[in-house]
Design a protein. Sequence first.
Length: 670
Amino acid sequence: MAVEAEGQRAVIEGVAPEVDGGRFPIKRVVGERVVVEADAFADGHDAVCCVLLWRAEADAHWREVPMTALGNDRWRGAFTVSEMGRYRYSLLAWVDHFRTWRRDLQKRVEAGQDVAVDLVVGAGFIERAGKRALAAGRRAEARVLAGLARDLARRPAAGGDPAAPLRLALDAELGELMDRHSDRREATRYPRELAVVVDRTRARFSTWYEMFPRSCGADGRHGTFADCAARLRYVAALGFDVVYLPPIHPIGTTHRKGRNNAVRAAPDDVGSPWAIGAPAGGHKAVHPELGDLAGFRALVAVARDLGMEIALDLAFQCSPDHPYVREHPEWFRHRPDGTIQYAENPPKKYEDIYPFDFETADRTGLWAELKSVVDHWIGEGVRIFRVDNPHTKPLPFWEWLIGEVKREHPETLFLAEAFTRPKIMYRLAKLGFTQSYTYFAWRNGRDELAAYFTELTQGPVAEFFRGNVWPNTPDILTERLQYGGRPAFAHRLILAGTLAASYGIYGPPFELLENVARDPGGEEYLDSEKYQLRRWDLDRPDGLAELVARLNRIRRENPALQADRGLRFHPADNEQLLCYSKASEEGDNVILTIVNLDPHHLQAGWVDLDLPALGVGTQEGFQVHDLLSGARYLWQGARNYVQLDPASTPAHVFRVRRRLRTERDFDYFT
């Protein structure tokens, strides 16, 4: 049974944010505030003080911020993180006898009681504070406090102002001095130091585009890094800032898969990029038909010049032809007949892939080698990794790997591609993954979308889990996209880009409305790029490129869409209408989005807006400016009518503009 230390009357509990009792850090980006709340109280009626302690992990000394009482013994304080890396925070609370004395003195004065003795008591508090100031080396403040103690204890001279001692006792500057030198000998320190991992801004707000470099070649030939660099101008024009490339390494030939995942490959089949490793090398090499490392470095430079970053796939698995198989057979699991166990997810078989055996006796060697892969690509200019199937590797491995990498390169970001059970997805995020794929692709109804994104952005999950939402991937062509036509692609795009601060698409199939599945009831693309080269008509007139570019421009221009904590849902009387808003932290930028979730039919209805969430008064008229179409509407009050035709207007993305009235009685909106 825990027992409070003798004399420590203050209690601290209910600290938030705190992930699993402080086992894991919370996450922020540079420039964000860490707002901390806690319950702090003591027995009886004495006043309690509470401060928030914080420091960068490398700093030896703590800084402190006074916490503000919110009522019902709840306190709040905040600090701002200014650099990447780790920070620590904790709390301190104590019974403050001077504050108790001053509070009670005020009550006695208001009741008309004699306070002469109380003033002498207060002088004693001030005198002792002066001694503490002297011991702390604050000589000037010590002299001031000593003088104030004498003045307060001295009886007023005949004919003097009897109220002068009271004004002195209640003086604000005295209160500040006493707070700086309060008696904390019996203060209660929160027993845990909680951690914050601070990333760069792209960890919170990013716009991803996945593409296969080998499909960038002209006239159906195998693309090169130079071809991919040329394609980057198209991607930049669409407004993306992260270009994610599937594995770029040599591809094995043993058990190579053919088109549409055929078990037997034709002589000219290029194989799956995830079957990594061949005589040309493994995870630190590039596929010869793509080029060489110099060509890759040139690609990274072109992306940087265009304001984008290259993200690489980190797939810790091997083809049977990988050099590791020959050099380190102990890193793989062997069957009774001596052959190496290939990857399986029954009934699926992946004969072209060998998973690592993370229970190998040479765990130290395997882990060190895999970290060296990450180090290698960091040396080639990569700072973002999309990690393939991290939930199939040991969780302690990721905590170690990510912790080691970020200690040396805190700017590095890791995206977890783990479509698995929620608790495992959340655990991976706690262990260090910067961002995570979500279930967005399979959330279609109004209520399930609202419930899911409320869980991700408003609950305790938001302290450590940053969702990155994708309407499609090379493995995911949902039923909604297969049968919903162009309107389904449009509204899924708008949902992704406005519900989440980070989203991505697998292109060009998405913007070119690729919707044919390989098998009925399946989600695999027919003629998937995973197994063959594809040519794409980027000038297709019915594509979504223009809408993609417009949406990404809206995201860049509106801070409300660059974070997730400001997301709020609003009721609508039609279940096919999803209405939600996002507000910037300062509240000066508010986006209201209304989406028709039905790709086939016009839908209309009334929305009931939470006006305070929009920063609008209940009786105030306001303008909603549709950033997709340019249309503007004047609305009044919470209840407003909308009508959305999926063929022409699948959604409204409104900038909410409050009315400003000038002295000439003209209306302006901001």
